[in-house]
Design a protein around this ligand. Structure first.
Ligand SMILES: Cc1ncc(COP(=O)(O)O)c(C=O)c1O
Length: 345
């Protein structure tokens, strides 16, 4: 039987033995009555980590993004995001369906400058423009290849937003990766934003759970929409316990994932058909394009799968690979070898 090296996403990790023991022993209660001790503890831990007044557990990062939009916008509003953001590509049109908002996507490679932002803002009270009421920054940026949003830009953008009375939201599903790569506390990266989402089920390896963190008032409003979207649950302390374990055990090791992604990038970029600058690989995601003649991205993905390496095609010429807790350095070396062989077949 061939060994599977799954580089499709950092969401594919499975809880290990110790995490499962913690899950089995988790104190639980009815979270809709705010009586789940594990959820309460996790919410306190996250609020403390991010230095926000309050935090709220939600089952998924997608729901966190939807609830954030619902609280911070009104139907007909304009939301400024980076190009190719998760909210635009990966949430099945939820923003339009749930919140009636439209997106203006700006910048490049997951980043936009304060100048680009200022130019894109549609003022309130205009006869024709949809008012910009929210800016959403994704850090790190998934489809741009785990790119870290420059903090000086984030600070300037949030300062501009405050002048224009625009709310600020950070989709920090992989904020931990940015924090570890920069050697900065996550609270530093979260500081300029009104509302912040973080995830436990990406690099940290828990089976589920995201949290929103912000002021008490905003989080109180999030509670209502979490329920409206069907995400208010009961004895979810079993998830929270896994999340607490993940925070305690799997945070510092994210640096290994970053080193493995860099290693993969360095090896793959040696191939003439692969366009990828290893220096742009800042965290655990690499996105590369294929040039010249030869098999397209879906064909490469299928051939890799036959050899046990799972990767993900964004389109005919773009592929993503993600390193995580369940792939070792040796497996990344092996995956690089297999992928290079396939490119030459
Ligand atoms: C940047 C970003 N935000 C949000 C999400 C959504 O998270 P979930 O899969 O928990 O819904 C993801 C998922 O990969 C993501 O990459």
């Amino acid at each position: 039987m061939i060994e599977i090296i799954d580089l499709r996403s950092d969401t594919v990790t499975k809880p290990g033995r110790e995490m499962r023991v913690v899950i089995a022993n988790a104190p639980v209660g009815d979270d809709q009555f705010e009586e789940d001790p594990s959820i309460n503890l996790l919410q306190e831990r996250i609020a403390d980590y991010l230095q926000k007044e309050s935090a709220l557990w939600l089952p998924t990062g997608t729901m966190a993004n939807q609830v954030a939009l619902k609280v911070l916008t009104r139907p007909g509003d304009d939301v400024i995001v980076s190009k190719e953001s998760h909210a635009v590509w990966h949430e099945t049109g939820g923003s339009a369906a749930n919140c009636g908002t439209q997106f203006t996507s700006i910048g490049n490679q997951g980043v936009f400058t304060p100048e680009e932002y200022l130019a894109a803002i549609k003022p309130k009270g205009h006869l024709m423009y949809p008012p910009t009421t929210l800016v959403e920054i994704e850090n790190t940026h998934n489809r741009a290849g785990g790119i870290i949003f420059p903090q000086n830009y984030a600070e300037a953008i949030c300062a501009i937003s405050s002048e224009h009375r625009i709310a600020t939201y950070l989709d920090g599903a992989r904020l931990w990766n940015a924090a570890i790569a920069l050697n900065q506390p996550a609270s530093f990266l979260a500081a300029p934003f009104d509302l912040v989402a973080v995830s436990l089920s990406k690099g940290l390896g828990a089976p589920g759970g995201s949290l929103l963190a912000g002021s008490k008032d905003i989080i109180r409003q999030c509670i209502r929409y979490r329920r409206m979207f069907g995400g208010a649950m009961r004895q979810v302390g079993i998830f929270a316990a896994a999340g607490i374990y993940a925070l305690d055990h799997n945070m510092e090791r994210l640096a290994e994932d970053h080193a493995n992604a860099r290693l993969l990038a360095e090896r793959l970029s040696s191939h003439e058909r692969i366009i990828l600058d290893p220096d742009t690989v800042q965290t655990n995601i690499l996105v590369f394009s294929l040039t010249g003649s030869g098999p397209d991205a879906p064909t490469i993905v299928n051939r890799a799968k036959e050899r046990g390496v799972l990767i993900f095609a964004f389109n005919n010429h773009t592929i993503r690979a993600v390193t995580h807790l369940d792939v070792s350095k040796a497996q990344c070396e092996q995956a690089a070898e297999i992928l290079l062989e396939i490119m030459d077949e």
